[in-house]
Design a protein. Sequence first.
Length: 205
Amino acid sequence: MYSPPHNRPEDAQQVAAFMREFPFAALVTPGEDGMTATHLPLNLSEGCDSLIITGHVAKANRQWEDLASGREAMAIFSGPHAYVSPTHYQPGQWVPTWNYVAVHAYGTPALVEDREGKLAVLRQTIAATEPGFQQTLDALPPEFVDAKLKGIVAFEIPISRLEGKAKLSQNRPAGDQARVRAALAAEGNPWAQAVAALMPEPGPR
């Protein structure tokens, strides 16, 4: 990912928190027929040596074969984004741009094929989305659960490399940053408001 120094997040914990806050990602894999991408929720946990992504795809989705190939995969986590008008800048010759935050996570996937391993992946997803549903799942007949498990392929990806970009007008003078932040916060678009909330309070430059 192209990310100038002033756009690179320095705090690894903040990057992990971003991935957990915006878990719906694009999982990209190389395969025999080229690149494949699936949009899906992913979980993030701490392993012994690295952060680990887990998730599952439908067995009918042949991307699982790419996940079993031993080739590196990439998960793209995207957050709020917003158009930035040059009218918010000090007088001069400027052009529009776009503010956004994104993280690319790389690693070599491994399939999780045993029953308990699959259930553990599902528990992570449930805990992150609807914790109360775990009791419902636990009460379902085992044969029903097993039938559903046969229809999915679970996986884990130990993260070997993380690349982040927080493009939030850091390259602009403090006055421009303040005006951009105020303008986005005042928009009716919730994505723009979310970008404004991510922008740091500008200090003197």
